[in-house]
Design a protein around this ligand. Sequence first.
Ligand SMILES: O=C(O)c1ccc(O)c(O)c1
Ligand SMILES: [Mg+2]
Length: 620
Amino acid sequence: MAKSIATVSISGTLTGKLEAAAAAGFSGVEIFENDLLTFDGRPADVRRIAADLGLTITMFQPFRDFEGMPGTLRTRTFERMLRKFDVMAELGTDLLLVCSNVSPQSLPGRGRIVDDFRDLGELAAARGLRVGYEALAWGRHVHDHRDAWDIVHRVNHPNIGLILDSFHSLARDVPIDSIRDIDPAKLFIVQIADAPRLDMDHLYWSRHFRNMPGQGDLPITDYVKALIAIGYRGPLSLEIFNDRFRAGSASGIALDGYRSLKLVEDEALARLKRPATMPQRIDVHGVEFIEFAATEEEAGPLGAMLATMGFEPVGRHISKAVTRWRQGDINIVLNSETEGFAHSHSIVHGASACALALRVHDVPAALARADSLRIPRFAQAVGSGEMDIPCVRGVGGSLIYFIEDGTQEQVWRNDFVPLTDAPVPGVGLSRIDHIAQAMGYEEFLSWLLYYFALFDVTKTPQLEIADPLGIVHSQAIENGDRSFRVTLNGSAAAQTLTSRFLNHYLGAGVQHVALSTGDIFATAKALQERGLERLPIPRNYYDDIEARFGLDPDLVERMAAYDILYDRTDEAEFFQLYSRAFAKRFFFEFVQRRGYDAYGAANAAVRLAAQSRFNTDTVY
Ligand SMILES: O=C(O)c1ccc(O)c(O)c1
Ligand SMILES: [Mg+2]
């Protein structure tokens, strides 16, 4: 399906918007009237710029408050319409969007509205133009696409058609099944937008919180599936009103838009069991390693911290200053090379996680999926005899490596000299539970889409967590067997932990790594004996959970002794404790899950407050 985008979706000037849309891969644009009004040039100039960029102008929009107007208002509306027809002729587009009337002066009578559109159809036909009717979710008399379709059907004029906008339909829970009643030949264009589920009035929700397919909660894939099923083959045109996108980078937003339309089209085709346009989302089998980059000076203290966590160096790279630390099924690679990617990363960010390696079913298919989403690959020189592990760019310029599941031992054996054959006793940590990344609030939705479009994962609902210095937005993506979980954290407030992290780290990246144990108390005791510095939790917290959950006081005392946080839903229990941060850049979490599938959001405010007590940046 052709991919189009409304200029209102992108930040900047009209020319910049058109350039960004073309560069991202769109073939068409809807010119939003405001963008034309503020453009310092004639509509014909817009037509020329678009044509030079290879863009079709799919539509001019919106024309407001047309139908059902009484008396002289009706005459005036038709005069206004003819002026816009002139603009369209100059713009070189034949399609106009009329959105349903919101004026208190408009009349509800269906017969009158049908007559208005019939007269309009004649005027449009005389000019070789088409008009599509869109039901706004807050339209005065028409706010449901079934009513808009009923009107268009009754008008029965070749130049009058229907326009669907997924937001208006889905925000009002109009049944998707009703799309089956629409004649696809009369469906002139479909606008696409997702949105988070929010309980607010439709207009405010639509104008500020729309987002792209893959970023929100609406059943957008089923919507597109229904369109394909009735034989609609026209453009999918993204129309997003979002405060964050207005403040974002035009090229970044446009590229996300393109990815989101490819994603939703392919997911819809898959549900119809029709051939896809790109390889399937990547099936991750687990995290094989996480790589930290550190200069020589920082590698020492970081290694010492890993040792207090029960890790031991078990391998040394055949040619590079790279060590493999291990415990349970967890591999941490510590890279202190003095050139190459990891080195550049540690120069920019300081010691920190620079790459994740994921075990996947099919590496070439994984790379092809990334290619189709225009996610850049990364490559650097490989030493002789070393494995070349393919990778793509991830959050904040970090890397995601792909290793074919089953070949990991071969990779380790090939590239690393073993330092020991003895098993690592450790402190009971067995695997990586999740990886938490911090990012700017304005890039949050972009990374959410990145993960959701690239990998076969689901999203948890977005949470707002109270940091003592502002709100942190948090949302997780996770695969089916939970062997790959990433939590994304973004904050618009300048001094939250997330924002302080961004300042210290100079950008987005891994903020903490959570490791799982089967026995939190044994692990906590062993961590203490090895001298790990823990995040202290105040006594009030323990009094509260004892009361809240009706816990055995002895258990509460043991948790308090080790600064262990607790959560419970139904029968499922969760225990978590935190290390202090390394150089204010990242920290570790230790968790035990007993049938529990979330992240302890109820404890996050307590943890963030505890961490902010070590914040030396801010004077309260
Ligand atoms: O918010 C609005 O007014 C508006 C205008 C045009 C559209 O296509 C739309 O979906 C909403
Ligand atoms: Mg619309």
